[in-house]
Each structure stands twice: as structure tokens, then as C-alpha cells.
Design a protein around this ligand. Structure first.
Ligand code: B12
Length: 483
């Protein structure tokens, strides 16, 4: 296919946020939080451009502050052929509302839903009236093939049935789901995400040092067994250190020196981590970056090279101070390991961000007290107390369904008939959600109202913009939650 023959106007839209579903993070921290790049969209856009020569448009209504009216004006003027949405279960309602706005402004425009939610509920998502196509699983190849089909004018169902990872509606409007596409084996073969299609100045992170921060994914998947996570036991693939370095250098040219590596678990392969750190050190790029790691996938040798290569914070999935609960969650780590690794990380001069969870099924107040005591003992630099709200298609949720701890498959019902009155559920068994939210907010208030932390955060503040963002977040943590 000669690239320049393909005249398909492609838009990707991040919808305005109108239907906020409070999930595990307290809305005090989450609602109206800072904006993050949507790497899923940027990867799909980057591959489409490299494969077809089409330069798509990314409209991030969140970052641009566009409401439905503003979006409708743009769409009515541009009339794109295909509009893609990156759908999480938590912004499904927002994506549907924006998709309806698109259809009203430009009825001929086709709507394609991709992203995590679409991957776990492809049929339910495709069956939603406003949706024309679904791309489930990794979307780079699938979406490009869909666009090429659209551009070729081919409309025969037989052609659409050939695209793995695609779902479409047949001539009677019935959903047709093709076979899933295999995970991409060689991530180096992918073009870099199309970071240049968005205004990087619009994306800040409250925990970042610099005003501009780049999000990078250096690996996909995680082999771990944590029962609450929907990335559980997925095939781990990583990019070569050379490939990661080239993307960092590209972003440095765009004025980015600080990076959020969004890998679920960056440290799965020790030798690869050491090779990447040594390369970054030899290049002396002067960058700073954060990673996420398991407690049992790091050691002093890795910590030393991570620190030397610019890693300034590590996010650890610690979750609980009760060994019984850690075993229930299949975290496969011990309290002793947690204490030792947090200490080693701090000694290496790297900040520690602790992910903790409250309201886990069977967790008692005694277990939670052990969690609060552990945090007081290890004194991480940051903590996030989440409420356990079992997510769709996670082991924990499926187990609870089978054990009939829950009467109905409420996530599937939401996926089939998404309504604004949807309420997330907790399953602790001792404390209901309002009580757990109180415990969550108090635990965060107790941690972040300590003078040690406030002085440290003030000392680390580099700009007025950052001071305002920290002050706003701090105030929201300290003030009572507004219902
Ligand atoms: C970075 C991140 C964030 C960032 C950015 C989110 C974003 N949408 O990009 C921030 C911090 C904002 C965030 C917030 C939340 N997150 Co989050 N997040 C992640 C994380 C760690 C990485 C996402 C990412 O960028 N992946 C890299 C890209 C390349 O992968 P991808 O997005 O899956 O994209 C591929 C395919 O899905 C597909 N695709 C994606 N979009 C599109 C669009 C089209 C048109 C097509 C064709 C294909 C396509 O192709 C892409 C390339 O192969 C994931 C875990 C994970 N491993 O995915 C959790 C994850 C997506 N988050 C999750 C959750 C629950 C949340 C929160 C609700 C947490 C909270 N605050 O309470 C909020 C919800 C925010 C909201 N309302 O949208 C869950 C979602 C579960 C679900 N059922 O929806 C995940 C899966 C984590 C988990 N383990 O459970 N998150």
C-alpha cells in the first residue's frame, strides 16, 4: 500500500471528566488530579503514523479543559472518519458521552473503543449503541489494519473478519468478535509513542521535581500473582536498553529531563536493569526517573546503579503490615523483606513510595493496625492508602463471584449497561465503605500532616506552580471529605 493514497482522518479523544467513579484512591487525591499522558493512545498513534503515513490528531479534553460543546465544535469542523477512545472501566461513561457528542456533531464518523476496559469486556463494549468498532488487547497493529481497511473503501465483512483483535458490527448490527491478537513479542519493533502529538507542557505530576515530565513504558506485563491486580500473571516483555535510551534522548530534545516509568514492575529482569542503568550512567544524561518495583525483585547492587543512573524514587507494592494478609493477597513477600528493602532503598539515597491497601477481604482492625505500625516503622517518603475495591476480571473478584460472596456480577452488569448511578463495592466483611473511607483519609492525614514531611516537601519545591499543586493536594488531604 503506497502511504500517500490513504486519506483517512483519524482522531483520538481523551474525554472531559463528568462521571467520576471513586475507586481505590481517595477522591480527595484523585478527583481533578493532575493530567497524565495517555501512552496507550500515543503508542497506537505512533504506529499508525509510521505504518500508514497518516498523522492523527490527539484531543485531550482533560488537559485542554474542553467541555462537550468545545469538543462538538471541533468535530463538526473537522469531521474525522474514525475517532478512537482509550477506555478504562473508570472512564467508560465519559468515553460514551463524548462518543455521543462526536456522533451528533458528525454522524458519519466511526467510533472505535480500545484500552483496558475494552480488552476485558470486548463483546459488552461492542454491543453499546454508539460503538462501531472495538480493538481488544494491544492496539498498534489492529488499529492500523482497521484504518487501512477503512481507507481502502473495503466494507465486506470478510475483510473485517481477517483482523485479529478487532470487533465490528455485521450488516444486522450484531457484534462480531475476531480472534484475539497475540501479545507483541518484540517491543523494540514498535515506533516510539507519538509524544509530539500532545503539548507536553500540559502534563504535570504532583510528585515530580520538574514542571514537564515524560511517561515511558519500558516493559509490558507482570508474572506476579497479586490477586487484586488485573495485570496478574501476564507475559513479561521488555525493550532493549538501547531502544529505551533512544526514546529518552528523543524526549530530552523536547525539554524533558524527568521521567515516570509506568512499567507495572520495572525490576523483573535484574540483568536487564543493570545493563540499562550502566548505559544511562555511561551516557551521563542528567535525567531523573521513578520506577515501580516488587520488594523481592531488588537488591543493593541494583539500588546502587539505579541511584547513579538518576532513579530518585521507587514505588513498592507493600499493601499490608500483616503477614496473613500478604499471604491472602499472594504477594509472596515477607514483613522482614519489606523492612530490609525499604531501609536499603533509603540508604541508596532513593525515595520510597509505599502502596498500602485497606479493607481487604477478611482484614480485621488488628491487621490494619499492623499496617499503620509498619508504616510508622519504615517511614517511607510517600504513602498511598487505597481501599480494596476488587476490580473486574481480577482473581480476587472472580474468586468472590465463585464463592458467592457477591450476589451478582456487578462489573459485568456495568459493562453491559453502564449507568451514572454505578457504585463501586468493597468486600472487607467487617467494615463498610464509608467506614473504610474514614480510615483511609485519616491514615493519609496522619502521614502527610507530620511536620517532617511538610518541611521536606517545602524544601523540595522548585516552582510556584509546584508549590500551588502541593498546597492544593495537601489541603485536600487535610480538609474533611465533601460528600
Ligand atoms: C499509567 C496508568 C495510569 C495513569 C494514566 C492512565 C491512562 N489511561 O493512561 C493515571 C495515573 C492517570 C491512572 C489513573 C487511574 N488508573 Co491507572 N494505570 C496506569 C497503568 C500503570 C499504565 C497504563 C498505560 O499507560 N499503559 C501503557 C499503554 C501502552 O498500555 P494500554 O494503555 O493498555 O494501551 C494499549 C492497549 O490497551 C490498546 N489501547 C489503549 N488505548 C487505546 C485506544 C485505541 C483507540 C485503541 C485502538 C487501542 C488502545 O493499545 C495500547 C498499545 O498496545 C495501568 C496498568 C497497565 N499495565 O496497563 C493502570 C490501570 C490502567 N489503571 C487502572 C485504574 C483502576 C486507575 C484509576 C481508577 C485508579 C484510581 N485513581 O482510583 C485511575 C482512573 C483514571 C481515569 N478515570 O481514567 C486499572 C484499570 C482497570 C480497569 N478495569 O479499567 C489499571 C489496569 C491498573 C490495574 N492494575 O488495575 N492510571
Amino acid at each position: 500500500m503506497i502511504k500517500d493514497e490513504l486519506r483517512v482522518k483519524v482522531f483520538f479523544i481523551v474525554p472531559p471528566e463528568e462521571f467520576y467513579i471513586e475507586s481505590y484512591v481517595t477522591k480527595k487525591l484523585d478527583k481533578g488530579r493532575e493530567f497524565r499522558q495517555k501512552l496507550g493512545i500515543l503508542y497506537v498513534a505512533g504506529y499508525l503514523r509510521a505504518d500508514t503515513g497518516i498523522i492523527p490528531t490527539v484531543i485531550d479534553c482533560l488537559a485542554e479543559g474542553y467541555n462537550q460543546e468545545a469538543l462538538a465544535k471541533i468535530i463538526a469542523a473537522e469531521r474525522p472518519d474514525i475517532v478512537g477512545f482509550s477506555v478504562l472501566t473508570f472512564n467508560l461513561l465519559d468515553c460514551l458521552t463524548a462518543a455521543e457528542t462526536v456522533k451528533k456533531a458528525s454522524p458519519a464518523t466511526k467510533i472505535c473503543f480500545g484500552g483496558f476496559h475494552t480488552t476485558i469486556y470486548p463483546v459488552q463494549t461492542l454491543s453499546l449503541p454508539v460503538v462501531d468498532y472495538v480493538v481488544f488487547g494491544e492496539g498498534e497493529f489492529t488499529f492500523a489494519e482497521l484504518v487501512k481497511l477503512a481507507g481502502s473503501g473495503k466494507t465486506a465483512e470478510t475483510d473485517f473478519r481477517l483482523v485479529d483483535g478487532l470487533g465490528f458490527k455485521d450488516r444486522n448490527g450484531a457484534p462480531v468478535l475476531n480472534q484475539p491478537r497475540k501479545p507483541i513479542a518484540d517491543l523494540d519493533a514498535l515506533p516510539f509513542p507519538a509524544h509530539d502529538l500532545i503539548d507536553m507542557n500540559k502534563y504535570t505530576f504532583v510528585l515530580a521535581g520538574d514542571a514537564k515530565v515524560g511517561a515511558i513504558q519500558t516493559s509490558r506485563g507482570c508474572p506476579s500473582k497479586c490477586v487484586f491486580c488485573d495485570i496478574r500473571m501476564t507475559k513479561y516483555r521488555y525493550r532493549s536498553e538501547e531502544n529505551v535510551l533512544q526514546e529518552i534522548k528523543m524526549l530530552k530534545k523536547m525539554g524533558i529531563n524527568e521521567f515516570f516509568l509506568i512499567d507495572d514492575t520495572f525490576t523483573i529482569n535484574k540483568n536487564r536493569v543493570l545493563r540499562l542503568c550502566k548505559l544511562l550512567i555511561s551516557e551521563n544524561l542528567g535525567i531523573r526517573y521513578k520506577i515501580s518495583s516488587r520488594i523481592d525483585r531488588i537488591d543493593p547492587e541494583m539500588l546502587e546503579l539505579l541511584a547513579k543512573s538518576g532513579c530518585y524514587r521507587i514505588h513498592y507494592g507493600i499493601e499490608s503490615g500483616s503477614q496473613r494478609i500478604l499471604n491472602f493477597l499472594q504477594k509472596e513477600i515477607t514483613i522482614e523483606q519489606i523492612e530490609r528493602v525499604v531501609d536499603e532503598t533509603k540508604k541508596a539515597g532513593i525515595d520510597v513510595f509505599a502502596y498500602m491497601m485497606l479493607g481487604i477481604p477478611t482484614e480485621t482492625m488488628e491487621d490494619m493496625k499492623q499496617s499503620f505500625a509498619l508504616i510508622r516503622r519504615i517511614l517511607p517518603d510517600h504513602v498511598n492508602y487505597s481501599i480494596c475495591t476488587p476490580f473486574p476480571k481480577t482473581h480476587l473478584y472472580e474468586q468472590s463471584l465463585q464463592a458467592q460472596n457477591i450476589s451478582d456480577d456487578y462489573w459485568q452488569n456495568f459493562a453491559t449497561r453502564p449507568t451514572a448511578d454505578f457504585k463501586i463495592r468493597t468486600m472487607n466483611g467487617y467494615f463498610d465503605e464509608p467506614h473504610l473511607r474514614k480510615l483511609q483519609d485519616k491514615a493519609l492525614r496522619d502521614f502527610y500532616s507530620s511536620p517532617r514531611l511538610i518541611v521536606r516537601e517545602l524544601r523540595r519545591t522548585k516552582s510556584l506552580k509546584q508549590l500551588l499543586l502541593k498546597a492544593k493536594t495537601g489541603l485536600r488531604l487535610l480538609l474533611p471529605r465533601n460528600t
